[in-house]
Design a protein around this ligand. Sequence first.
Ligand code: NAG
Ligand code: NAG
Ligand code: NAG
Ligand code: NAG
Ligand code: NAG
Ligand code: NAG
Ligand code: NAG
Length: 595
Amino acid sequence: MRNPLHFLLPLLLPFLPLLPLSLAVNSTFTNPILPGWHSDPSCIYHAPSLTFFCAVSTFIAFPGLPIYASQDLINWKLISHVWNRESQIPGLSWGTPGQQDGMYAPTLRYHDGEFWVVCEWIGGGGGGQVLTGLKGVLFRSKDPYEENGWGDALIFDVDKIDPDLFWDDDGKLYVATQGVILQELDLEKGELSVPAVPLWNGTGGVWPEGPHIYKKDGWYYLMIAEGGTALNHAITIARARSVKGPYEAYTGGNPILTNRRTGEWFQTVGHGDLFQDGKGKWWGMCLATRGGPEWKVFPMGREAVLFPVTWEEGEWPVLEPVRGRMSGWELPAPSRNISRGSGPWIREPDVYDFSVAGEPIPGNLMYWRVPREGVVTTTAKGLQMIPSRNNVTGVVTPASPNLELSGQRGMAFIGRRQTDTLFDFSVDLVGFRPSGVGSVGSEAGITVFLTQLNHIDLGVVLLPDPNGTSTLSLRFRTEVPPSMAQQRPAEKVIAIPAAWENETIRLQVSTLNTTHYELSASIANSPTSKIVVGSAWAGLVSGGTGPFTGVLVGVYATCNGAGSGLNCPNGGDKAFWQRWRYTGRGQEVAAGVVV
Ligand SMILES: *C1O[C@H](CO)[C@@H](O)[C@H](O)[C@H]1NC(C)=O
Ligand SMILES: *[C@@H]1O[C@H](CO)[C@@H](O)[C@H](O)[C@H]1NC(C)=O
Ligand SMILES: *[C@@H]1O[C@H](CO)[C@@H](O)[C@H](O)[C@H]1NC(C)=O
Ligand SMILES: *[C@@H]1O[C@H](CO)[C@@H](O)[C@H](O)[C@H]1NC(C)=O
Ligand SMILES: *[C@@H]1O[C@H](CO)[C@@H](O)[C@H](O)[C@H]1NC(C)=O
Ligand SMILES: *[C@@H]1O[C@H](CO)[C@@H](O)[C@H](O)[C@H]1NC(C)=O
Ligand SMILES: *[C@@H]1O[C@H](CO)[C@@H](O)[C@H](O)[C@H]1NC(C)=O
């Protein structure tokens, strides 16, 4: 007799993946998935290329709005920056004084053959958190692997931050913003419809914001962040039968994601986005800050974390609480099969020698605002930096900016995110011969930079001697707001040994442990010559004037105010940087647990 299974099997085959006995095994992974300053992630799955894409906030850093791509949700490659040319929004960067202004929370979507990123720019005349000069900016690309694929911005007036993009079935494009309010975007006119439709006030936390609308099983789900981006941060949700509401809040367990009032190492969990993988499983990404509820040392700021989501038909989504070690749906097979795109893989060390003239500047290096033309170039002698008159601090006066010394017109600075709790960063300064002395002398150095008002520096500078001559010196100093003055280490100056006269100087920042940096110098090829110049508490670059940003480690050059206009005397003493190395040494994934 024929086995009845022979008859049944072909009928069952299409359903095999759905059978509870399928062999899918849950995977484990470690957060943060995009370590270092990567806040407000917005992510999609692009089925045609089996690839996930995420965009994050960058505020006034430039190039801004990086796009990361991954085929396995674990290995992420930086492939382009949405905002990568000054000409995309002429003048806006230099017209923005605030340290935490700029490109806020983007939304990334794929629609009609194009990648769309909407964001809002705060600044352009306002300072601090003042929402004057708030503009919506919309960019589109058919090829997110090419910087030039991203077009100029469509700029439109908005009243609130955190724009979403949602196309309803009738093709209408809706933008929800903080509040939460809804407007239709007219792409021809570059205008949002008025009056805005109020959708939902959230569940009572401050700042209902970061909205994303999803349509599923006949419902419009509105997922938002509320409680502010600090320790009370949370994700809440409501749903409606029509995009314009009325929205009813989920009563079964809002917030659906938060670590508020817990002892968890990952705090400030919120501002997220949901997406499905190739097998239809749901996932989410949001921001979190490491540091536990004490929340004093978090130099990397708000990082992007991944969590699995269960979302049954007609039901509310269930988001797994954010932890350092997670388990969830089976991940796609490990893959690094992405060859295109300008930047490196997120966990790769930097190994940049800078010995080839005209080679592109690596995609993961960033400036603070749009740099002045030619400030940093690649030459056969190294990464050439023309000093700015302003130092890394500048004269920051938001009310009436001194454009020449403020740093607002670009600083001679370039850096990369601190992406590891423990790391080593070093770079070689070749043949630096400052011409001026002391307060009008040139200086080239390495910095742990949060904002112009929170940074830790080690510079090479010629300083006057009591006996009337000058000595090439290593100068360690910090810039912190008055609230941190107690923890601020004293300025320290050490004369560079005479034996180093003709040598290349290696400047280094390393983590001494999970809470302290150490800044040192040595002869490039002689580790035994190392001089530790200073150490500093990482709390000095946590929060403060950079609550939205995270540490960049990098190099700078300045003539300390000498010269006139925007220029140093005789164009300035150029600094040449070679052998740039950044190596991660460990991630603190739970209090005291470094992996
Ligand atoms: C005075 O100058 C000499 C050489 O020019 C230098 O070696 C010495 O350190 C200076 N003295 C002091 C006290 O700085
Ligand atoms: C939000 O709160 C305001 C003030 O209490 C109220 O007038 C408004 O109706 C609320 N909006 C929605 C969409 O519930
Ligand atoms: C696998 O992960 C999903 C998503 O977090 C969860 O709902 C499910 O219970 C997990 N299964 C097992 C066997 O742990
Ligand atoms: C890698 O990606 C390319 C282009 O997307 C595809 O043609 C190729 O089959 C992939 N290779 C592997 C090993 O997955
Ligand atoms: C930076 O430059 C400003 C203006 O020239 C000056 O007031 C300030 O002391 C300098 N700070 C440092 C750390 O060099
Ligand atoms: C550096 O080079 C100059 C010129 O060749 C030489 O006079 C000087 O002695 C050298 N200094 C040291 C410390 O070797
Ligand atoms: C790190 O080292 C500094 C300086 O030695 C010390 O004060 C601090 O307590 C250490 N931190 C930890 C977490 O061990």
